[in-house]
Design a protein around this ligand. Sequence first.
Ligand SMILES: C[S@@+](CC[C@H](N)C(=O)[O-])C[C@H]1O[C@@H](n2cnc3c(N)ncnc32)[C@H](O)[C@@H]1O
Length: 277
Amino acid sequence: MSSYENYTHKSRNYDKTREPVGTEISVGCFAHAPVPLDRTVILDAGCGTGNYSQAMLDYVGRIEAVDMNPGMLEVAAQKLAEAKDEGRISFHSARIDELPFEDEYFDGVMINQVLHHLPDEAAKDFPAHRRVFAEFARVLKSGGVLVVNTCSQEQLRHGYWHYSLIPEAADALRARYVPLDELAGILSDSGFAYRGRFAPVDAPVQGESYFDPRGPLSKEWRDGDSVWSLVSEDRLDRTISRIQDLDERGELEAFMARNDALRPHVGQAMVLFASRE
Ligand SMILES: C[S@@+](CC[C@H](N)C(=O)[O-])C[C@H]1O[C@@H](n2cnc3c(N)ncnc32)[C@H](O)[C@@H]1O
């Protein structure tokens, strides 16, 4: 379960503002698996409402989708009912560090925007991340592919225009993301060969709705980014007043453009590619 977000409440709104950004990169990574792409068996670890599974089903053989949150799993199972009936995807309620699969079961594992939800401690060298990657190493075949979709520190600083409105929450969120060089080190320690990182710079994680300068005024919009769960009530009230004020003065669009200037260069998500040694 996420250590700070209530996904049971968020599951109904999640898909309104989320896109499976980076799928084309993941497809390219899984094409390096030891079996042909359309025969690969892939784990979607922390599948949420199944957006990435849905996108990957066009390419891979079969998907086992795992999440701890019943609300998210229910939305995913409804959305992908046809593929489920065809035996192309199965859903499992489980923790990603205690997977219900035997050793060397998968050709590929993907984990999309989940790692920052782990309760972890940098001072102890990220034991929760290490447990998750050890479990992925156990269930992957030799040569199997691991795809980690996450965010870099730079993307969290410059890739989301609205984070400038909520600096304390943005700092708290950034502290939850392991810096990518350290993440690559943890992958190596866990039995993976690290093969590179790739950023889909053009695609906002919230799709077109990201460009709505009045978006943060609506709960539905805020539910698409867990950073808002780290915002205090007082800060939320002040943020809403600030947006309304900027809007009344005709400055809201310019504010958004100014704080979005670097996003087209750094992007919002990073895909790490590794393979099981
Ligand atoms: C931000 S959502 C991402 C969902 C999906 N991967 C996507 O990108 O659309 C994070 C998901 O990870 C799940 N999750 C977090 N920690 C987990 C854990 N230890 N075991 C299983 N699922 C977990 C949450 O329940 C939630 O559905």
